[in-house]
Design a protein around this ligand. Structure first.
Ligand code: HEM
Length: 164
């Protein structure tokens, strides 16, 4: 994460991260985005049809609940070539086609917390990269949906402090 190191090297002792710093963390956000493409924290939700419409030969009446799922596009090679592969560069430039990348949903009722979530993730990544090396206590720990994606044992890690 070259930009993380650049940002941390530009900071004096005790100097805090600023909003502008988070805006520069493009590569880190691409990595987080690719993690959320392959392992979306929320993998499905519902929408309500606000009028009758036709889709793929089906008539959906007003008032019906529709379930959408992240994997239907996140793992579709038409939108994400070689979808099983981890590749943060998918998010460079224009990035994915509209409504194909939906870990935060889409439309007028998409996640309200996206900017807070982005900030929290980037601040966490910054500090963990800057201050620690770490390894997993349970390298083969499984994840479950309950209903959000979570590690079954809470993902304990061993932290080894280091200084950049
Ligand atoms: C990685 C973190 C998060 C993920 C992946 C996530 C994902 C989602 C998804 C998929 C939806 C449904 C959107 C739709 O149906 O189109 C949603 C809705 C919502 N999220 Fe998040 N969320 C995250 C963090 C947060 C945070 C930090 C907050 C608030 C502090 C938040 C507040 C909300 C609210 C209020 C809604 C309902 C919006 C509405 O119905 O108008 N989320 N989120």
């Amino acid at each position: 994460m070259p930009e993380q190191l650049e940002i941390s090297r530009g900071k004096g002792t005790g100097e805090l991260l600023q909003w502008e710093d988070a805006q520069k963390m493009k590569y880190s956000w691409n990595v987080a985005s690719e993690v959320m493409r392959l392992s979306p924290p929320v993998n499905t939700n519902f929408k309500e049809a606000i009028r009758d419409f036709n889709y793929a030969g089906y008539t959906i009446p007003k008032g019906w609940k529709l379930r959408w799922a992240t994997c239907s596009t996140h793992m579709d090679p038409e939108y994400f070539p070689n979808p099983e592969a981890f590749d943060a560069s998918r998010f460079e430039g224009e990035g994915p086609t509209a409504y194909s990348y939906v870990p935060f949903g889409g439309g007028p009722r998409m996640c309200l917390g996206i900017e807070l979530a982005r900030l929290e993730i980037l601040v966490f990544m910054h500090h963990i990269v800057k201050r620690f090396k770490w390894d997993l206590v349970n390298p083969d720990e499984k994840f479950k949906h309950d209903p959000l994606l979570e590690p079954v044992k809470g993902l304990p890690v061993r932290l080894h402090p280091h200084h950049v």
